[in-house]
Design a protein around this ligand. Structure first.
Ligand code: SAH
Length: 262
């Protein structure tokens, strides 16, 4: 009989392998084709996620191979994550990404996912005060400037910035961003060495955190014998304030690090 912890491991491995083998099939020659392929293969399942991704042209964020389902370098040691990873992040957070929701995107890098989140929590009108708010945080000033420039490449992106519904901030994301808390959803786009408690503190109740964590350093006994590695954790703060953590699948992100040396 296969031990239950091994079953968990096998399921996680299979999910990762599926993502990797499907990546090739999901690439497209246009943004619409890429997103349709992610939907067709089931890597994106939710219609709202699909429409939010259709609304952001990846060419504005990943100029070299925008419609390839793979990560791309964006400079300063950072990468824009693969489209299927952006899709997964939105799918896991979707119940917390409603019109009016407040979202924190830590390690916002290119700004692509920040823009997709904004499409999920705001309406088309710049004057709708009931709209949500998305804050992108990166600790590299040049990337914060890049994300701002990228978003200004579309009229819709520029309107989101001008209206203040989207902000990009230079800060150490390991501390979250207290001024904008509490958040319905917090996404972390770089691998943390632990589940930083301050991020859970900054969640609304109910709220959800999506964070890659390096299991080698999280002290989890399940990591023993599996060579460690990075896993996505989904952390829910329930309405009564109780916190539930679940390790969902294996990933490969750049690390969430200390501030860059000047
Ligand atoms: N979601 C982004 C991912 C960019 S890669 C995208 O798809 O474009 C991860 C990003 O995390 C990098 O831009 C890096 O600069 C940033 N990062 C790493 N450590 C950080 C920290 N402590 N605080 C804020 N950002 C950090």
């Amino acid at each position: 009989m296969i031990p239950s912890h091994l079953n968990v491991y096998l399921v996680l491995r299979k999910t990762t392998a599926n993502c990797m083998s499907m990546a090739w099939y999901c690439s497209g020659s246009t943004n619409a084709e890429l997103v349709e392929n992610l939907f067709r293969t089931g890597l994106v399942k939710n219609e709202r996620v699909k429409n939010a991704m259709l609304g952001v042209d990846r060419a504005h964020y990943a100029p070299s191979r925008p419609y390839s389902d793979s990560p791309q370098p964006i400079g300063h040691g950072a990468t824009i994550s693969a489209p299927h990873m952006h899709g997964h992040a939105c799918e896991y957070l979707i119940n917390f990404l409603k019109p009016g929701s407040r979202v924190l995107d830590i390690g916002s890098g290119s700004g692509y996912l920040t823009h997709v989140f904004a499409n999920l929590v705001t309406g088309p009108s710049a004057s709708d005060i009931s709209d949500g708010h998305v804050i992108g945080v990166d600790h590299i000033q040049e990337l914060v400037d890049l994300s701002h420039r990228n978003m200004c490449k579309s009229d819709q992106g520029r309107t989101l910035l001008d209206s203040g519904k989207v902000e990009f901030i230079t800060a150490d994301g390991r501390l979250g961003w207290k001024a904008g808390a509490p958040y319905d959803a917090i996404h972390v786009g770089a691998a943390a060495d632990k589940l930083h408690p301050v991020l859970i503190e900054q969640l609304r109740a109910p709220g959800r955190l999506f964070i890659p964590v390096d299991t080698e350093s999280d002290g989890n006994p399940l990591a023993f014998g599996f060579g460690g590695g990075q896993y996505i954790w989904v952390v829910d703060k329930k309405e009564d304030g109780s916190v539930h953590k679940e390790k969902v699948f294996q990933v490969s992100y750049v690390p969430l690090t200390g501030p860059p040396k000047k």
